[in-house]
Write a protein of this length. Structure first.
Length: 280
């Protein structure tokens, strides 16, 4: 695989079996690396301290997980001489890359969320695409100081400050399918940053407080329906229609709001009529 820093030239590694060559290429691209146990995702260098220690490398010894990560070619070469089959791992967050992990597994996958983010233009400018061991995807962006994050309901992880990712040609056997290799899919001239908070706002928007209909006026409830995001529009309209019916009002007054939210007239009428049937 080739590594790239923002504005840096490509560094080609011709032999996919040359693990230390890959590690050195990432380091040459200003991405700090460290070794991970062969076939696993845990650091190869034994811990320098007993459990509970707070040292992050101040002692000067190796054995601090991703805090050991470096771009020093001499140190990297010595590590892989000691651990020749180790997987190369890149410490994420500046000066390393930020990485969006689109996960796949028996419980589900992040491809639907990936599609929504792509359509919204939030994934434009990724520099490297890597297929992960289970058939998922790592998208590399220019590193920032953002913290790591997770959206487990959408099968997405964000690896940034305080994290790391395994990089090609790492191998970790996949649990539910053949494979296990991390492999380069594409490399581009991208230097964009991924706005993780924008990702969260799109996929998990904070719902606004639900208004009451006790005044006999459904305008506030209609505004609430009009603001419902994709994925909650039908459910929100159905709930609101039931509240309106409970107050003895006509749920047809929510139709315009449902259209404003993005529902078609046929969808909105079906949902309103479903609430009417349930009330009867």
């Amino acid at each position: 695989m080739s590594g790239r820093a923002a504005g840096a030239a490509l560094i080609e590694v011709p032999d996919a079996r040359d693990i230390v060559g890959h590690a050195l290429a990432y380091a040459a691209a200003a991405w700090p690396v460290f070794p991970v146990k062969a076939g696993l995702k845990v650091p190869a260098i034994p811990s320098a301290h007993p459990p509970g220690a707070t040292c992050t490398g101040e002692c000067g010894r190796d054995g601090h997980g991703f805090y050991d990560a470096t771009t020093d070619p001499g140190r990297i070469t010595e590590w892989w001489h000691r651990y020749p089959g180790a997987n190369p791992a890149i410490r994420t967050g500046a000066p390393g890359p930020d990485v969006l992990d689109v996960d796949t597994g028996p419980a589900g996958s992040g491809w639907s969320a990936f599609g929504r983010l792509k359509r919204a233009g939030l994934l434009t400018g990724a520099s490297v695409l890597v297929r992960t061991r289970s058939g998922g995807l790592h998208l590399y962006f220019t590193g920032t100081g953002q913290p790591c994050g997770r959206l487990p309901r959408h099968f997405l992880d964000f690896k940034a400050a305080g994290g790391y990712v395994l990089a090609p040609p790492s191998f970790v056997r996949a649990d539910d399918k053949p494979g296990g290799f991390y492999a380069l899919v594409d490399q581009r001239d991208g230097t964009a940053r991924l706005d993780w908070q924008a990702v969260r706002r799109l996929l998990d928007p904070q719902r606004k407080p639900v208004p009451s209909t006790r005044t006999g006026n459904i305008s506030a409830l209609a505004r609430w329906v009009a603001e419902q995001p994709e994925g909650n529009r039908n459910a929100g309209l159905y709930w609101a229609a039931n509240r309106v019916i409970e107050e003895g009002l006509d749920p047809a007054g929510l139709l315009g709001a449902a259209l404003a939210a993005g529902l078609s007239e046929a969808e909105a009428l079906r949902t309103i009529n479903s609430a009417r049937r349930a009330a009867r």
